[in-house]
Design a protein around this ligand. Sequence first.
Ligand code: GLU
Length: 509
Amino acid sequence: MTTDKKVRVRFAPSPTGGLHLGGVRTVLYNYLFARQHGGDFILRIEDTDQTRFVPGAEEYIFQCLAWAGLEPDESVKQGGAYGPYRQSERKELYRAYAEQLVEKGQAYYAFDTPEELERMRQDFKTEQNPSPQYDHHVRDKMRNSLTLSEEEVDRLLRENTRHVIRIKMPENETVGFTDMIRGDVSFNTSLVDDKVLLKADGMPTYHLAVVVDDHLMKISHAFRGEEWLPSAPVHILLWKYLFGLENMPQWAHFPLILGPSGKLSKRDGAKYGFPVFAMNWTDPKTGELTEGFKEKGFLPEAFINLLAVLGWNDGTEQELFSLEELTGKFSMDRVHSSGAKFDYEKAKWYNHEWIKKLAPEELTRRVRGVLEAKGLSVPDDRLLQHIVELVKDRTTLLTDFYEQTAYFFRMPEHMDITAIQPKWNEAKQLFFTEVIRNYELNTDWNAEVLENNFKEIAAANQLKPGEVMLPLRIMLVGGKFGPHVFDIAAVLGKEETIKRIQHTLGLLG
Ligand code: GLU
């Protein structure tokens, strides 16, 4: 292990479905670490399990990273000096490493058929060990190059008999390494099974490919989720056997992200009504759509921020961090080792804060996208920005801007007339008729003038402003929400304001 070499980190997803927020956090921490050290961030597609191939999943990962602003330096798309960056395109190079291990007695050919493996699982099943693995207890009773004669093995190989290559886990040895977050971690090899390294289809398994590629791509630090910790002893041994531990990356395993019921799963999201994927993901087989943070209305800035603090803090009370600030402040020794609880209410708080924090022009640009996608015809930037500023305190998600602003651009779809009706009377009808007359003659259409005139007419009619303000709001907005009602009237303009009052009077009369 050396520390003076160039920092090169990687995110190595298997493109099999939606990108979970834990995955994006892994990307983020990798990205920050690379940026901080002037290093490279590599995206490697680990697609060696062809049975799990999912069309569109790879492209989707790129889209998620682009949305989050965490673009890799090297990848299938960007290219780079260490490609190909898709493991299925590197297939040919792995076998030699597996063969090398067989030659040294650290791995072996196994010819067991699926039926033989199933029989082993039945024969070795005990109460203490209900699902026996292919390990040091079992391997000398199976059909492999440890039990068969050399001639038999040669013959089977010559005849192209289906086989795999398995690592031969040593018995009762301790394998350890220093995790940058957890400190010293060790495993007893007797508890680890003889993982397949090369599959019958000639493809490496994840275990072999990850080690070979981290080596060939000169990865200096390998960061991943805690769920990979149990695989670490296999990887460490492979590093030892293949490369004498030379230039082994420094490892860090990030804490799990916990949902309301343990490890946050995709099902949690569906159950509790919040997203778990970065972006919408549609399973191409079932057509099932799982909503993403993006489509739910999260800003990438907020998403990044909330992920950064799920498992890390800077030791102060600060909660809001931009990507730039994170690049300055993030440090691996402040990443927690225990699980981080995801709180959707808090996630929404981050988004609300970022809506307020974003530059008004930028927020306006994004709101325009949301509104236009909903088919609204949106005014010029200057007016839209004014509207956005009026309502932004009332929004939590970017998508809230639709409900909070649509009435500016067209008649409210629904008029909550029942909120006015019970207290409606002749006096109010006359009052609003007078307001219309007054507003028609108005030559200075601004919120202050409109409010003053409205209040004067109310006073002259012995009405409290409070009694007529709610009806006015409903007339203009359709419901009991929105910013200051005269600010709304000011934006709507004379013609539209009068039209809406008249329209509602018609409904009430
Ligand atoms: N291919 C693994 C995954 O899907 C990568 C784990 C690692 O980073 O070593 O997450």
